[in-house]
Design a protein around this ligand. Structure first.
Ligand SMILES: [Zn+2]
Length: 96
């Protein structure tokens, strides 16, 4: 069978969004980025100093305890069962 010269080149089309989300593979990471064309960001809780305080009217309250070793100004990280200080490593377990 003679192939015509004017035959268009074969295009290999990649199936879009074919990878299941159940098993993340290392090679799938860049492909995921390309899919993420939209600029939709889920508004999670903002982090930073803001997250440490709650503003109620003209008063503020601290959302996390401060480190007992380092003193005020050193907030402790809020884990599910404990607070830890990132500065000195002090850990205080939450009481139930
Ligand atoms: Zn500390």
């Amino acid at each position: 069978m003679p192939a015509p010269k004017t035959a268009p080149p074969k295009k290999e089309e990649k199936p879009a969004a074919a990878a299941p989300a159940a098993a993340p593979v290392e090679g799938a990471a860049p492909a995921k980025k390309a899919e993420k064309g939209k600029r939709e960001k889920k508004h999670k809780e903002e982090k930073g100093v803001k997250a440490m305080y709650k503003v109620e009217g003209e008063k503020i309250s601290r959302a996390r305890p401060t480190c007992e070793r380092c003193g005020p100004g050193y907030f402790m990280a809020d884990h599910h069962d404990r607070f830890t200080c990132g500065h000195c490593g002090f850990t205080r377990y939450k009481q139930k």
